[in-house]
Design a protein around this ligand. Structure first.
Ligand code: SF4
Ligand code: FES
Length: 233
């Protein structure tokens, strides 16, 4: 049985496995699309649309991370339409989310020529940092709702389901059930959510304390005191 198909990418004929996604094929020819919500450790859900490509004959742009290749597809990865879409997504995210600690997103903004001042009056996701446990802090001003942490906490890695999305529309946010403090949830503090977060919205307590200027001994003492309070030391 022949499990290989032929498609055209940027004018070049490519052979690919028939069950591959566009992104997998793009990776195999060193043309990977830029990503935000996708991550090698989590399942792509096609949320951010940053990885879009243009497919001849298709009305809308296709997210490469979840679109399967098919015989005869003609794909353009670098058209004006594709680049305008990626640039606009970055400009809208940057207008409402604090991306100052998201180096990959900063690099994408440079690559696609995003205007960082395009939407100066956009509503921002301003809110207080949640500091309720000895292991990590949550700064949701920096959260772009990519969903990676929820997947890492759930079916993709840890199966603890302590975080999910709450609210609607612009007020959607990553949250615990009833917005409870982390120690009152099913969280086991594995750190997988922190590891997959692209913006530093989730940050280890050690890094947080270092930024506050604490030295090694002070950090150790602080963390020990917090663990004691939580009954973990
Ligand atoms: S906290 Fe980080 S990983 Fe979770 S949705 Fe927000 S940006 Fe994505
Ligand atoms: S990276 Fe493909 S939709 Fe987000």
């Amino acid at each position: 049985m022949n499990n290989t198909i032929t498609l055209i990418i940027d004018g070049e004929e490519i052979q690919a496995p028939q069950d591959a996604t566009v992104q997998q094929v793009l990776e195999s020819i060193n043309k990977a699309a830029p990503i935000i919500c996708a991550h090698e450790a989590t399942t792509s859900e096609g949320i951010c649309r940053q990885c879009v490509v243009e497919v001849e004959g298709w009305r809308v742009l296709a997210p490469a991370c979840v679109t399967k290749v098919s015989t005869g597809m003609v794909i353009f990865t670098n058209s004006e339409r594709v680049n305008r879409s990626r640039r606009t997504i970055l400009e809208m995210l940057n207008a409402s989310v604090d991306l100052s600690e998201a180096p990959e997103l900063q690099a994408q903004m440079d690559e696609f020529g995003a205007d960082r001042e395009r939407f100066p009056h956009a509503k921002t996701r301003e809110q207080d940092v949640k500091d309720d446990n000895p292991f990590f802090v949550r700064d949701y001003e920096k959260c772009l709702l990519c969903w990676r942490c929820v997947q890492a906490c759930g079916d993709d890695i840890q199966y603890t389901y302590s975080i999910s999305v709450g609210g609607r529309g612009f007020d959607s946010k990553i949250s615990t059930f009833f917005d409870s403090p982390m120690p009152e949830t099913t969280c086991v503090f594995c750190g997988n959510c922190v590891a997959v977060c692209p913006t530093n919205a989730l940050k280890s307590k050690t890094e947080h304390f270092m930024e506050l200027g604490l030295d090694y001994d002070e950090i150790r003492q602080e963390k020990r005191a917090e663990k004691k309070k939580m009954g973990k030391a």
